[in-house]
Ligand binder design. Sequence first.
Ligand SMILES: [Zn+2]
Length: 192
Amino acid sequence: MPGEPPARQVRATRRDPIGMRYCANCGSEIRFGPVPGESRERHACPVCQAIFYQNPKIVVATLPLLPPDRLVLIRRGIEPGYGLWGYPGGFLELGETVEEGAVRETWEETGYEVELGPSVGIYSRPQAGVVVLVFAARVIGGAPRLSPETLEVRAFAPAELPWSELAFPTVRQALQDWLAGPRGRPPQTVAG
Ligand SMILES: [Zn+2]
């Protein structure tokens, strides 16, 4: 005897990494697939026709220089990359400039107040669905502080950077770019 059909299982797949289920407008079940007029498959509502575009998120991060020459990194207390070293950073919030977001995230994750320098680089990570903006920065106040997301805050001399324990390929690339300069060269401290 046939029972009720099983509820449609919506889960993330390679083709549909989001697995969005319900329409935010009308509550109907979303479909993922071809949509007239769109060049690629979309999440769309078959009832009210709303299309839910998915776009990469922006991550803002800093490489804070602790004068004279040490670089502040954090050991991550959250996945991905739990226990590995990365730069302070996080998702840009609505209503924030990238500079404000980078300074805020650095404060939240390290306890350091920073002044931003030049951009070190802009890095696309299509598989992770993020674009990462990394700024050189200089510590101008505060003191190292742990948070639920931070296991350790440590300042490394350039020769002691933990290359074998970095959280993401972007961290490695940004550190290489920072060391190579000149775009990544931190603001210089000039005596006198
Ligand atoms: Zn709808």
